[in-house]
Every structure is written in structure tokens, then in C-alpha cells.
Write a protein that binds this ligand. Structure first.
Ligand code: PFF
Length: 471
């Protein structure tokens, strides 16, 4: 079927480049920084099982839905939704889906840039040889010094945001294509080296058991010791919501990032095959990161539930002890910055593409118009780790950083994903989705349609209801 529309922003030069760009968006801090620390906080194996189920039953069908919507609309998510609403004669309220995505991406970028700033700071710490002979105490002091200095966190946050705006301003194709082609494979190679190191020097058996042995009681039973001395246990669905939210976050789903990249995808590429490749790469990156980190955590008596600082307090110990650690450590943090960079770009591309389409803006002012306010909001996250960490600055027991992270990853992304699934499964005609997926009417198409209509949306709703205590 010929393309109905063409994108004014250009097209990826091949289907392989689309896959690389989408992997660039998906693989980022979510895999290497967030996955290990939330797995650590949520008790390990059983959490990982739930996360993998979410990836397979929700992530895969919704990614296909998002790419197909993007490629059919060939515009920024906001205008794509306008166009498809007209094509399908759908209710005009569906247009808000594009706006929801823009808001979510903007909020995520505000704190994503702060954490990427930590990775930037660590490039120089590793390069200066500060990890040599490091132990649990020294790395924690080093990390604490970064958190205690709002000035330096702000400086790194600023540098990262400028880097992101610079690439988006140049257009996503130039620059990004080349960066992803070389750097993504390098990141994977280095993760494998780290896993091998963990196998040799860490407590690999315990690390792997923590990651893969599911103990459902440990994850879902929350027990308290009552005053009477009796222990009271109840089921808590919170880890389910966190695993679900992370499935969306790590695959960049639910906010239009993959949709906008899909709008630049060549018309003849297979969406199903691209999706499976992207999901496999993303999952592999997260599991490799887990296998590199937990053996080191256990071998050094560190706390798996250490929170957002986990990788910054474990990996330096490994780099400090391994031969060539100074070079490896520097390279690792450089690659982590690149992984974060290629993800951050996709966070603002939907908004920037819209400003170019509808406001006739050039890309440079458009990138600034989105990046600058995100930077300002990010200051709240910088301060969450120092001046605003106290209770008087907390809302619902969470710092600003925790709140924005919770709201975006656990509520806005799943909500966006739910609406995307409903739109692709129920609102778009069979002919439209089948034509765009180009997979005929066989088992593949029918399985996808069944999942996106009946399975993914219901799972999201059940997890939501459970988390707010209604189920
Ligand atoms: N997937 C990215 C990561 O795992 O770090 C984060 C992200 C990028 C989330 C783009 C959402 C998005 F639209």
C-alpha cells in the first residue's frame, strides 16, 4: 500500500536506521540506572518476572500500535492524532492524546537531564582516576559529595540539556544516525565486559539468584509489626504498578516518542520485525546491567535497595579494582551519557516537530522553546537531593524528583499507552491497521489485534485499580 502522507521532517535513510534510532530512544538511563535500582528496591526476581510479562503482553503490542499510528500520520504526534481522528471520523477528544504525550515528555526530560548530569560528572571522576582502590565507603562519600552540591549538579544538568537541544536543533537525522550506529553496539560490548568482570570478581551466584529467582511473597507481601507484637501482612500491588510503568518507560512508550520516530520510518519496513528487535535489545541491555551490578552489590556488602544512587555506588568499586579500570570506567560513563542523550532527544522531538509544523518555527528556536522550560523544571529535581530533600519540601511524602518520576512513569505513560492501544485496537478500522502493519490477515495480525484490544488495555486498568486500592 502506498504512503498516504509524507513527513516534512524527512525520513530515516533505511529501515535499519529506524531500528537504531528507536533502540537509541529505548536504551538509556531506564535500562542501566533505573532498572537495577527499582529491581533492588522491589525485592528482585518476582519483580523482574512481572516486568518481563508487562514487556511481552503490553510493551510489544503497544509499540506496534504506536509505530503504526505514527507512520500512518507522518507528522508530530499532535497532528498525527488530528489527521487520524479525521480519517477514522473519531471523537475529537482523541486529539488530546498528542498533547498528553508532549506534556509527559517534557516532564520526564526535566529530571532525566539531572540524572544524565550525574553520568557526565562521573565521566570526569573516572577519567581522573578517583575510583582507584575504591571501597563501599569511599564511593558512597564520593557520590554524596555530588548530591550535596547543588551548584555542580546544576552545572552538569545545564550541560546535558544544552547537548540535547543542540542535536534536536540540527534535526534528528544528522548526528543521531551516526552516533547510534557506533555507540550503541559499543555500549552493549562494554556491558558484556562488566558482566564478565562480575562473573569473575563479584558474588555472581547471589546476584543472579536475586535477579532471577522469583520470591513472590517477598515482593508482594508487606508486613508490619503491630504494637501487640503480632506481625500483620497484606498484599501490596505497588510493585506491579512500578513494573508496568517501567515497561513503558524503558521502551519509550506512551508519549509519542516512538510514534514520532515511526512517522519518519520508510513505508516498506516491517513494523512487527522492527518492534521485536527493539524490545529484544532493550531487554538485553537491562538484564546485562542487572547482571553486572548485583554481583558487585553482594560481594561488597552493599544494599540492593540503595535507591537512585545504586549504579554510582557500585560500578566505581568494580572499575577501581579491575585492570584498566580507569579506561573502562571512563568509557562506560561516556557511553552511558550517549545512551541518555539519544533517549533525551526523543523526549522532546514530538514537541519540537509540532512547533515546526504548526508555528512555522525553525528547529533551533523550537528546541530552545521546549528545552529551556524543561531545564527550569529540572532545577526542582536538582534541589530534591539537597536543599529540598527535607520533609517541608515534600508532597505526599515524596521529593519533587520522586513525584515527577512517579507521576510520569507510573501514571502518565501507562495512561498514554492505554489510550494508544484503545485507539489502534478499537477506533482505527481493521483495514487501516492491517494496511499499515503490512502483515496480511494471518495469525500475526490477529494475535496483535487481540492483544491490543483485549489484553494490554485490561492489564493496565487492572494494575491501576489495584494500585489505588480499588481492586
Ligand atoms: N526509554 C528511555 C530509557 O529507558 O532511558 C527513557 C525514555 C525515552 C522514556 C523516551 C520515554 C521516552 F519517550
Amino acid at each position: 500500500m502506498p504512503d498516504i502522507r509524507g513527513s516534512i521532517h524527512g525520513q530515516w535513510s533505511s529501515r535499519f536506521v529506524f531500528i537504531l534510532a528507536a533502540v537509541g530512544s529505548a536504551v538509556g538511563l531506564g535500562n542501566i540506572w533505573k532498572f537495577p535500582y527499582i529491581t533492588g528496591e522491589n525485592g528482585g526476581g518476582a519483580f523482574v518476572v512481572v516486568y518481563l510479562i508487562c514487556i511481552a503482553l503490553i510493551g510489544v503490542p503497544i509499540m506496534m500500535a504506536e509505530i503504526l499510528i505514527g507512520r500512518r500520520g507522518r507528522q508530530s504526534p499532535i497532528n498525527t492524532m488530528h489527521a487520524l481522528v479525521a480519517d477514522e471520523k473519531a471523537h475529537p477528544a482523541w486529539r488530546w492524546l498528542g498533547w498528553l504525550g508532549v506534556l509527559t515528555g517534557f516532564l520526564i526530560l526535566s529530571y532525566y537531564s539531572v540524572i544524565a548530569g550525574w553520568a557526565l560528572a562521573y565521566v570526569f571522576r573516572a577519567g581522573a582516576g578517583l575510583f582507584a582502590g575504591a571501597n563501599a565507603e569511599s564511593v558512597s562519600t564520593l557520590f554524596g559529595a555530588l548530591l550535596d552540591s547543588p551548584e555542580s549538579m546544576l552545572a552538569w544538568h545545564t550541560i546535558f540539556m544544552v547537548m540535547t537541544m543542540a542535536v534536536v536543533a540540527r534535526g534528528v537525522r544528522s548526528g543521531l544516525e551516526r552516533a547510534v550506529t557506533i555507540l550503541m553496539p559499543a555500549l552493549f560490548a562494554l556491558l558484556v565486559v562488566l558482566v564478565l568482570y562480575a562473573l569473575y570478581a563479584g558474588d555472581f551466584a547471589r546476584g543472579a539468584a536475586f535477579l532471577f529467582n522469583p520470591d513472590f511473597d517477598k515482593v508482594f507481601q508487606h508486613c508490619e509489626l503491630l504494637e501487640s507484637g503480632v506481625e500483620s501482612c497484606r498484599f501490596s500491588g505497588e510493585p506491579l504498578l512500578i513494573a508496568l510503568g517501567h515497561a513503558f518507560f524503558t521502551l519509550s512508550l506512551g508519549m509519542g516518542a516512538i510514534m514520532v520516530y515511526g512517522s519518519y520510518m520508510p513505508g516498506n519496513a516491517s513494523i512487527a520485525r522492527a518492534t521485536l528487535t527493539i524490545v529484544a535489545a532493550d531487554t538485553a541491555a537491562a538484564l546485562l546491567a542487572g547482571l553486572a551490578i548485583f554481583p558487585i552489590v553482594f560481594a561488597n556488602g552493599l544494599e540492593p535497595a540503595a535507591g537512585p544512587g545504586l549504579i554510582f555506588q557500585t560500578l566505581p568499586i568494580a572499575f577501581g579494582a579491575m585492570p584498566g579500570g580507569q579506561v573502562f570506567g571512563t568509557l562506560f560513563f561516556v557511553l552511558l551519557v550517549f545512551a541518555a542523550w539519544t533517549s533525551a532527544i526523543s523526549l522532546i522531538e514530538p514537541a519540537v516537530a509540532w512547533l515546526v509544523e504548526n508555528r512555522g518555527m525553525a528547529r533551533v528556536p523550537a528546541a530552545l522553546a521546549v528545552g529551556a522550560p524543561a531545564w527550569v523544571l529540572g532545577v526542582g529535581s536538582v534541589l530534591s537531593f539537597n536543599l529540598w530533600s527535607g520533609e517541608s519540601f515534600q508532597f505526599f511524602g515524596k521529593t519533587w524528583f520522586d513525584l515527577v518520576d512517579y507521576l510520569t512513569a507510573n501514571i502518565l505513560l501507562p495512561l498514554g499507552g492505554l489510550l494508544i492501544a484503545l485507539f489502534a485496537g478499537w477506533v482505527m478500522s481493521r483495514a487501516a491497521s492491517r494496511g499499515e502493519l503490512r502483515m496480511g490477515d494471518g495469525v500475526g495480525y490477529r494475535t496483535w489485534r487481540f492483544l491490543v484490544r483485549y489484553v494490554s488495555p485490561w492489564l493496565v486498568v487492572i494494575v491501576f485499580l489495584n494500585a489505588i486500592g480499588l481492586l
